[in-house]
Ligand binder design. Structure first.
Ligand SMILES: CC(C)(COP(=O)(O)OP(=O)(O)OC[C@H]1O[C@@H](n2cnc3c(N)ncnc32)[C@H](O)[C@@H]1OP(=O)(O)O)[C@@H](O)C(=O)NCCC(=O)NCCS
Length: 278
């Protein structure tokens, strides 16, 4: 299965990196699926020499999450990502980055080293083996001179392997296109459907058990098929009342999954687990 990953078009084309402190590096696999991250691309964010790379990560976050209204301040990067968790992503050496891409990513004149194109940030949770996905960013949709379709999915998949995640949690908004990426990992358990404790109440919390099949199947490895139950309800990003109703049912003990991607009108499928196993 490592061969599938190592032969992947994007993996062959791009350069992987990890960002992890000296204190945490023993817990991170720097050769996930056999994809070895070169020593010079293992970034310790506590070292001053790596500040320019960290600044480019912030630019990547700003370009991707800025339009979503949730860009991260540097202290959030440091306190909530660099120190407790890790980042895995892909980039290119600056000398191979097209000028238009350098402009989009705000690469300063004279910068030397890797330019990050994508990143996945996750943070370990209090339960051993469980991690919370904090940020998935890919500049691919904004590029005009490079076709890197699939970058978001490949980044998330290999990151979860690098971090050794066993049980994954994520929070996202009902209207996000990123659900097209997340649902590639198989049916997602729905833990919240309406989340007023988040700055965006119309946030959903989802989870899945991280297996090789989930990670490789998401990347399109041959021979892996997910058992996706039929949709029972469709939650449209505007249907706050339905989100609250489903949240009430979750709090009353009912279990739901998101069996697949949103449909063209933005509706997200959900199915009660009882229905799924009938
Ligand atoms: C979400 C994001 C990471 C996707 O990156 P990417 O490199 O385009 O990811 P992929 O190519 O692996 O997959 C994108 C999927 O979303 C779909 N998609 C993207 N934009 C879409 C749109 N406007 N409408 C419908 N589908 C869309 C693509 O078609 C693709 O699905 P497919 O492979 O079934 O065709 C990137 O757009 C991003 O950084 N967005 C801003 C930040 C964000 O929202 N992050 C996620 C928060 S949970």
């Amino acid at each position: 299965m490592s061969a599938f990953v190592l032969e992947h078009r994007l993996v062959r084309d791009l350069t992987p990196f990890v960002v992890v402190t000296e204190a945490n590096k023993g817990a991170i696999d720097t050769a996930p699926f056999g994809l070895s991250v070169q020593r010079k691309n293992r970034i310790d964010p506590t070292r001053v020499e790596h500040e320019p790379f960290c600044a480019l990560l912030q630019n990547l976050d700003g370009r991707t999450f800025g339009p979503e209204g949730m860009p991260m301040d540097r202290w959030v990067f440091f306190d909530c990502c660099f120190m407790p968790g890790a980042i895995f992503g892909f980039g290119r050496p600056v000398e191979t980055v097209p000028a238009s891409t350098r402009e989009i990513l705000g690469v300063p004149e004279g910068y030397r080293g890797l330019v990050p194109y994508s990143m996945y940030i996750a943070i370990p949770m209090a339960t051993p083996g469980a991690w919370m996905g904090h940020n998935l960013a890919s500049i691919a949709p904004m590029l005009t001179e490079e076709n890197l379709k699939g970058l978001g999915t490949v980044t998330k998949s290999i990151a979860l392997r690098a971090f050794g995640v066993q049980y994954f949690f994520g929070a996202t908004q009902w209207d996000t296109h990123a659900l097209h990426v997340h649902s590639k990992f198989g049916p997602l358990e729905l833990h919240t459907a309406y989340t007023p404790a988040h700055s965006e109440a119309k946030t959903l919390t989802y989870a899945f058990r991280v297996t090789d099949d989930a990670l490789l199947g998401a990347m399109g490895a041959p021979g892996i098929a997910f058992d996706r139950p039929e949709p029972e309800l469709w939650i449209h990003p505007e249907s706050t009342e339905l989100m609250i109703a489903v949240q009430d049912r979750i709090e009353a003990g009912e279990r739901f999954v998101i069996p697949g991607p949103p449909r063209a009108d933005g509706g997200v499928p959900i199915t009660s687990v009882q229905r799924a196993v009938e």
